[in-house]
Write a protein that binds this ligand. Structure first.
Ligand SMILES: Cc1ncc(C[n+]2csc(CCOP(=O)(O)OP(=O)(O)O)c2C)c(N)n1
Ligand SMILES: [Mg+2]
Length: 319
């Protein structure tokens, strides 16, 4: 069992609160239709982003799916720039052009979301190959869901990275559903991590709701990848506490599943660990209050930003 330092735990808690509160703010703004269109929230999966990015460096690179707000925040993208992006404002991280599902922030090592399931993995291989050619020691993390494991692009990317010993961390966020379909109804063997063996790389399954387990696993496999030992598949078990997309009524979830998931979610788990280690409630409350203030300020700033002008729609096009 991991025994992290209290300081590391408190830092993780602060980051997870910020992501959770950002997602709740996005939900509220979507309800008011200040944010429009499709959004995919990562509530319940925050430990994956926070634990992973705590183990990587600013020079490393991340590719996520459309469920990418948490990854972006953990990479250091400011909350106001994410909110402004979703609202179609000029100060958005892509000037409002990417929206919820397709923004990127290369200056923060966040090479972007992707709406095509599995499509980030081959691009991550390209980034890793580029690092190899340039003699840079960076690691590239590509995150995707359990459903994506059945996409051809993932197979190609894993084989390619393993054969060339590329420094790619394949992170499978296994929240047990692909849209509305449980993973167990689409595969014969739901131990997805075992597929790594077929590619000749390490594969492990960890408790993705335990931020320390995530931090430790990424530390280990990033170290190995940087040392030239090649990629790894890290299957992180988790559960989303919300629908696949905003508006999903989740009628497909068995009765009681969500109630149980809420008892095992990353923030509840870390709070328990910190209390067991002797952290006082006052300190936990002040970390929460700081995160609330941070997200409120970010929302105020984003709401005050001017909208991206419609006439600029043709900018940044190839032709
Ligand atoms: C290539 C492709 N096929 C199908 C879809 C439609 N689609 C969007 S999200 C999704 C489910 C993916 O599930 P998973 O990989 O487990 O990720 P999660 O949404 O659970 O994070 C599907 C099938 C798509 N966007 N791209
Ligand atoms: Mg899934």
């Amino acid at each position: 069992m991991t025994h992290p330092t209290p300081l590391r735990g408190l830092a993780h808690l602060a980051s997870m609160y910020r992501i959770r509160l950002l997602e709740e703010k996005i939900t509220a703004l979507r309800k008011q239709q200040i944010i429009q269109g499709s959004i995919h929230l990562c509530i319940g999966q925050e430990s994956i982003y926070v634990g992973s990015m705590a183990a990587l460096t600013p020079d490393d690179r991340v590719f996520s799916t459309y469920r990418g707000h948490g990854w972006a925040m953990a990479c250091g993208v400011p909350a106001y720039a994410i909110l402004a992006e979703l609202m179609g404002r000029q100060s958005g991280v892509c000037q409002g052009r990417g929206g919820s599902a397709m923004f990127s922030a290369p200056d923060h090592g966040f090479f972007g979301e992707n709406s095509i399931v599995g499509a980030g993995a081959p691009i991550a291989c390209g980034a890793a190959l580029s690092a190899r050619v340039k003699g840079e020691s960076r690691v590239v993390l590509t995150a995707f869901g359990d459903g994506a494991m059945n996409q051809g692009a993932i197979h190609e990317a894993m084989n390619f990275a393993a054969y060339l010993d590329l420094p790619v961390l394949f992170v499978c966020e296994n929240n047990t559903y692909a849209e509305l379909t449980p993973i167990a109804e689409t595969v014969r063997d739901a131990d997805l991590f075992k597929r790594a063996t077929a590619y000749g790389m390490p594969g492990v399954r960890i408790d993705g709701n335990d931020v320390d387990a995530v931090h430790d696993a990424i530390t280990q496999y990033a170290r190995e990848a940087r040392a030239g030992k090649g990629p790894a598949l890290i299957e992180m078990m988790t559960q989303r506490l919300v629908g696949h997309y905003y508006g999903d009524m989740q009628g497909y979830r068995p009765k009681g599943e969500l109630t149980q998931a809420k008892q095992n979610e990353p923030i509840v788990r870390l709070l328990q660990k910190l209390r067991d280690a002797g952290t006082g409630q006052d300190q936990l409350d002040s970390i929460h209050a700081e995160a609330v203030a941070h997200i409120e300020e970010a929302a105020t700033q984003a709401l005050a930003a001017p909208p991206t002008p419609v006439h600029s729609v043709k900018e940044h096009l190839y032709a």
